[in-house]
Ligand binder design. Structure first.
Ligand SMILES: [Ca+2]
Length: 404
């Protein structure tokens, strides 16, 4: 199937330092076509290539061992891209979600041993019986013949609210096979300060949770056995965490979260720690009022990076592939409001630099992943004036890339 290149109009506003019309990169797989625009950056020049089009607010991407790509759509559909083609029918068996505003179906994550157990995990906004409230929930099911079977709820977070927004819902497995789930603060009022639910261990609002793969609570979680705490909690004091990933070398857990007006954060998530929301923040209220002037406090973890003004960070991935050797070890973060791809460089556990890629070029970027082919995949939330959005990938513009 032929896939149209990124339309030139979508490139308006970007800095195109060079236009190269020529043969596809030798690495380009059959079935993908390339735009002619070469994007320049500090370390690599690259092209944006459309992988598949026609997604309605894609939220997350994942790959199966056979090469299938799974893509969630916010309204509650799980889609399959097979051999470069978006299959017309969504996967059956996905639970009912509350799809309102920016809420709905969120992440998709295969089990680390998917090849033998065929388990897929989904996070979503789960409505209650009369749809008056919702919370973040996680199911898993067996993926057989393009359907989800034996779907079971393994988490219904204690984060119910009648309001929309701030479900978070990112999922990741660490190297030891523990499942981490981000649950947002559900937009509780920051003026509550120390009484804010994100600062209380008696609920799941504004928490990173750590579970066994079947939803059971690991006995070595930090607050197990405390009467005033829920045992699933791994870290607290978060706001709305939209990116979650594991460092490829250290195995550490990294997340990003939306601040209020200003104060988006990248955090290294550590066991039992408090990340400060809302008592310590770089941000202010959307209306310009101030709820805290505290930027740091010794007992609270400071962000490893922050954005003022906000870019509204989204999916996030460390790059480890061979396609872009100079980008190995960089942390890529999508921007929604910021309509960009941030490349953060690290030294040990510190973020030491940021490069902004694709500013205003592709629209709102919802998810960022490294594909099994070593290309960097982006799920575009939407583009101005268009209802459907693509999944694209970045490919090196040069057929041979110097190795650092
Ligand atoms: Ca914080």
């Amino acid at each position: 199937m032929r896939i149209d290149p990124i339309r030139r109009g979508a490139l308006a506003g970007c800095v195109l330092a060079a236009l190269t019309v020529g043969a596809l990169s030798a690495q380009t797989q059959e079935g993908a076509s390339t735009s002619s625009g070469v994007q320049e950056s500090a370390r690599h020049n690259f092209r944006v290539v459309t992988v598949a089009e026609g997604f309605d607010h894609p939220w997350a991407m994942a790959w199966l061992p056979n090469g299938d790509m799974l893509v969630t759509e916010r309204a509650g559909r799980l889609r399959i891209v097979r051999d470069g083609r978006l299959l017309p029918d969504p996967v059956a068996g996905v639970p009912r979600v509350r799809a309102r505003g920016t809420d709905g179906l969120f992440d998709v994550l295969p089990h680390p041993e998917f090849a033998s157990n065929r388990l897929i995990y989904l996070s979503f906004a789960k409505p209650n019986a009369d749809d008056s409230e919702a919370t973040t929930a996680v199911v898993r099911g067996r993926f057989e013949s393009d359907r989800l079977l034996d779907v079971e709820e393994i988490l219904v977070a204690q984060a119910w609210s009648g309001g929309n927004g701030h479900f978070a819902g990112r999922l990741v497995f660490d190297r030891a096979g523990f499942l981490y789930v981000t649950v947002g603060d559900r937009l509780a009022d920051p003026d509550m300060m120390a009484a804010h639910p994100a600062q209380s261990l008696s609920n799941h609002q504004g928490k990173v949770l750590r579970l066994h793969d079947d939803g059971r609570v690991p006995s070595d979680n930090p607050f197990v056995g405390r009467a005033d705490a829920l045992p699933e909690i791994w870290s607290y004091g978060h706001r709305n965490m939209q990116g979650l990933t594991v460092h490829p070398e250290t195995g550490d857990l990294w997340e990003n979260e939306h601040g209020p007006r200003g104060g988006d954060e990248v955090n290294l998530v550590q066991r039992g720690r408090n990340y400060g929301w809302p008592v310590v923040s770089y941000g202010i209220n959307y209306d310009g009022s101030i709820y805290t002037r505290e930027r740091r406090r010794t007992e609270i973890e400071s962000p490893r990076w922050s954005w003022v003004p906000s870019i509204a960070p989204s999916g996030m991935a460390f790059y480890t592939g061979d396609r872009f050797p100079w980008w190995r070890g960089s942390l890529f973060v999508g921007g929604l409001v910021g309509e960009q791809l941030a490349r953060l460089t690290l030294e040990d556990e510190r973020v030491v630099g940021e490069e902004t890629l694709l500013p205003g070029v592709l629209g709102r970027i919802r998810d960022v992943r490294q594909g099994p082919d070593g290309f960097i995949y982006l799920a575009i939330d939407n583009r101005s004036g268009e209802r459907m959005a693509p999944v694209v990938r970045l490919e090196p513009a040069e057929s041979t890339v110097a190795v650092p």
